[in-house]
Design a protein around this ligand. Structure first.
Ligand code: C2O
Ligand code: CU
Ligand code: CU
Length: 495
């Protein structure tokens, strides 16, 4: 309760509505939930043509102030792209901003040349064409800038959006699928602002070292919005689009929900849960039953017990600095819902999980952060070599691994550092095979990011798609964008 009051007050610093009115109605904030425009492209049979334009603008995020933002086909953040399995997409990206950028299709299986990583930079006023066939099942993918050393800055300012893949199999399940009606993108990001309304990105060496965390949460670019639900069963496509913050999401009234999908698409069956942990770049789709007509708030909050046990040194440090550890994210107003014809299915899809016996190669990746006096020195001097994988910092001209197209491998990711790192691999959807503790919830599904906790080792099973290109690498990296930008990234080619 206390935290709610504090939250409402911080919103009220900007709000126009009188406090009494807000509290009387029980609403978190006067902001309306924003659904990013949907873009289907121009279709000619199986060929789908998208025209994207990376631009800058001024956006009204705070009341009475404008924020300089970046966006794709709009001023802030990207439009939602939507295509189907079997489509051949042709995405033309025009760079209309004053810095070199890229657009990477995160989670997609595709030829390296179309990946949109650091090897496909788009100079100002240049155009890049990315073409690939969608060979993977229905999923909530996303796209974002991947410019070398600038990904953190560019994503923070708005260069990210959602990419929804559909397929026939998932359509038959009768899941909520009406975009903006009972199926909603929920892009969660945290920002800080300067007094003039501009985004405040890196301000000290701690932001560089631990990753940038903001104290204001945006959902689809809006501060703590209220979603007026019209259907009693809604699907939320949650995307943690934050630079470095991991969220423990649950509802303030403790209601349960069904997790139906992970990064790579639908799970085999819905998993009931009352909370879900999402690290940067992770996605999960959940079904929420709001037939009770209430007004639940989705928030970021660790369990009482857990947070007491798990209060890490870093959290204590943040608390000591007066930083918030809990946030309300957005609210659902279900007071006007009509009953939905949709139900939660018993089973979803069957996974084609590769067999352990087919593993042809095992590789180990050690995630390392130099600690101690070196760290302080390096942080002060701005050295890029503090963050490494297997003793190496990212070098754009060095290929670190060579993988055989179509092969099945076991990758073991070992975190030797004191903080958690979300490890991401391009071009694949893997299964988590082993980790500390039980594998549950969305982690049972196909993944392209996995959070590796301090001193934890996680094993993932990967089947590499058959695209091969000896010259153009894909990336694997920590998805804390400040870590990626500072060298916690490596390159592999598939041949
Ligand atoms: Cu989401 Cu290499 O990126
Ligand atoms: Cu990626
Ligand atoms: Cu990291």
């Amino acid at each position: 309760m206390l935290s709610r009051r504090r939250f409402v007050q911080s919103i009220l610093a900007f709000a126009i509505l009188p406090k009494q009115l807000l509290q009387a109605k029980g609403f978190l904030s006067p902001n309306v939930f924003r659904v990013p425009p949907l873009e289907f492209g121009k279709r000619v049979g199986k060929d789908v043509f998208f025209d994207l334009d990376i631009r800058s603008g001024k956006s009204a995020i705070l009341p009475n102030r404008l924020t300089s933002t970046l966006g794709i086909n709009q001023k802030f953040l990207g439009v939602t792209l939507r295509a189907s399995k079997g489509d051949r997409v042709h995405i033309k990206v025009k760079n209309n901003i004053h810095r070199t950028t890229t657009l990477h299709w995160h989670g997609a299986k595709l030829p390296a040349k179309s990946d949109g990583g650091p090897h496909q930079p788009i100079k100002p006023s240049h155009t890049w064409l990315s073409e690939f066939e969608i060979i993977q099942p229905a999923a909530t993918l996303w796209y974002h800038s991947h410019q070398m050393h600038e990904t953190g800055f560019q994503v923070y300012h708005g260069l990210s959006g959602m990419f929804i893949v559909d397929d026939d199999e998932s359509k038959k399940l009768g899941l909520p699928l009406d975009y903006g009606v009972d199926d909603f993108p929920v892009i969660i990001q945290d920002k800080d602002f300067n007094r003039d309304g501009s985004f405040k990105y890196i301000s000290d060496f701690r932001d560089k070292l631990m990753g940038k965390k903001g104290e204001t949460i945006l959902v689809n670019g809006v501060i703590s919005p209220v979603l007026k639900a019209t259907k009693s069963l809604i699907r939320l496509r949650l995307l943690n689009g934050s630079n470095s913050r991991t969220y423990h999401l649950n509802f303030d009234d403790g209601r349960m929900f069904n997790i139906i999908a992970s990064d790579g698409g639908l799970l085999e069956k819905p998993e009931m849960a009352h909370s879900i942990k999402l690290a940067p770049a992770e996605r999960a789709e959940i079904l929420v039953d709001v037939s009770d007509g209430k007004m639940p708030i989705l928030r970021h909050k660790m369990h009482q017990q857990k947070s007491a046990n798990r209060m890490t040194g870093m959290m204590m440090m943040q608390q000591a600095q007066g930083k918030k550890l809990e946030f309300d994210i957005f609210q659902i107003d279900a007071s006007g819902v009509s009953s939905s014809s949709k139900k939660v299915p018993k089973y979803l899809v069957q996974h084609d999980t590769p067999s352990m016996r087919s593993i042809v190669r095992k590789r180990t990746f050690k995630l390392q952060m130099q600690m101690g006096p070196q760290l302080m020195m390096g942080a002060v001097s701005g050295s890029k070599d503090l963050l490494q994988i297997n003793g190496k910092s990212m070098k754009i001209n060095r290929i670190d691994e060579v993988v055989k197209a179509g092969s099945i491998e076991l990758w073991e990711i070992e975190n030797t550092s004191m903080m958690a790192h979300p490890f991401h691999i391009h071009n694949v959807q893997f299964k988590i095979i082993s980790r500390r503790g039980k594998i549950k919830g969305h982690e049972l599904g196909f993944k392209d990011v996995v959070l590796v906790r301090p001193h934890e080792t996680v094993q993932v099973l990967i089947e590499f798609p058959k695209f091969s290109d000896a010259k153009t690498p894909y990336m694997y990296h920590c998805h804390i964008l400040e870590h990626e930008d500072r060298g916690m990234m490596g390159q592999f080619v598939v041949v």
